[in-house]
Structures are given as C-alpha cells and as structure tokens.
Design a protein around this ligand. Structure first.
Ligand code: IMP
Length: 175
C-alpha cells in the first residue's frame, strides 16, 4: 500500500504554543517533585524533547519502546515491550509521554505495567488523541489536541517509518 501526505492538520506554530503551555502546566504541578518523564519510543521523542526544553523544573527522562503497530495503519491490539526502562521507578512520580492515543490499548497496558512497579504517581501527557476511538477508559491529564479519526504523521509520528521529521502534523492518504 502506498501513501502520500494529504493535508496539514496542525501547523508548526500551534504545536509549539500548545507544547509550551503543557510544559508550564507540568512545571507548576510537579514543582519540587523531580518527576521522571517516560517517553514512549519511537513516536514521542519529538514531543518529549520540545516539552522538557520549555519546563522550568528539574526532571529526569527515561524511555520505553513498545510495539502496537507494524507498518500498517491499524492497531494490532497486541502490545509488546521492546525496550524497558533503565531506572527503578519505585516511589517516583511518573509522567508517560505519548505521541498519540488511538484505541488506548497501548497506554492502558503501559499504565498497568508501570503501576506494578509501585511508583508514587502516574499521569499521562499525550500530544494527540483520536476522538471517539478509545476502546478502554483512560485519564489523560495533559493533552495537546483532539483530532478526528484520521491517520497522521509528522512531529515524531510515522507511517511505515516515513515522515517523522515533518515539523507539523499532517494526514496521509492512500495513492
Ligand atoms: P493505540 O494503542 O491504538 O492507542 O495506539 C497507540 C500507538 O499507535 C501510538 O503510540 C502510535 O505509535 C500508533 N498510532 C496510532 N495512531 C497513529 C497515527 O495516526 N499515526 C501514527 N501512529 C499512530
């Protein structure tokens, strides 16, 4: 299946502004708590790096890599840990940083998995949420944008490893 960029859904300036707002919110909520921001690879790396550079508190970062999609545009529903955290998170305040929540199955799995490690708290920061697509109830404390049920790329998100480098969020279409 071949894809090409369709249209820009969220321009660079809007992403920058919203990311800065979320960074300020997190800074206010976590002052003195030294949270660990857990970036979910690979898609969240752009959002995470923009986010931490606009925060004015001390934070640590760690990463997990999970697979929920192959190279297709539909969720397999199967979540597998490809890379686990490097640090022990027991007693720590955790913020899971995601690129996009679609069915919510990945996030639901991650929250349960991290909860078992007895952190002090877990919250979620996600750049995007596909409206009306969640199959499980989820609480996302820091949300960038709600988007329609379209497949999107850019700002770290890919379609078969393409277009992660785009500075904006765009929809793709089949050709
Ligand atoms: P979920 O488990 O269905 O919520 O899927 C979450 C993961 O699927 C995200 O972290 C992305 O890696 C991927 N994903 C879901 N929708 C999109 C999309 O529109 N573009 C790129 N990746 C997506």
């Amino acid at each position: 299946m071949a894809y090409e960029i369709d249209e820009v859904l969220i321009p660079e300036e809007e992403l920058k502004k919203r990311t800065e707002e979320i960074a300020q919110e997190i800074s206010k909520d976590y002052k003195g708590k030294n949270p660990i921001l857990i970036g979910i690879l690979r898609g969240a790396f752009v959002f995470l790096s923009d986010l931490i550079r606009k925060m004015d508190i001390e934070v640590e970062i760690d990463f997990m890599a999970v697979s929920s999609y192959g190279n297709a545009t539909h969720s397999s529903g199967v979540v597998r840990i490809l890379k686990d955290l490097s640090e022990n998170v027991r007693g720590r305040h955790l913020i899971i940083v995601e690129d996009i929540v679609d069915t919510g199955l990945t996030l639901n799995y991650l929250i349960r998995n991290l909860q078992a490690r007895e952190p002090a708290s877990i919250e979620v920061a996600s750049l995007l949420l596909k409206e009306g697509c969640q199959k499980v109830p989820l609480k996302i404390k820091y949300l960038g944008f709600k988007i329609p049920d379209r497949f999107v790329v850019g700002f770290g998100l890919d379609c078969g490893q393409r277009w992660r480098y785009l500075p904006y969020i765009a929809t793709v279409k089949k050709v």
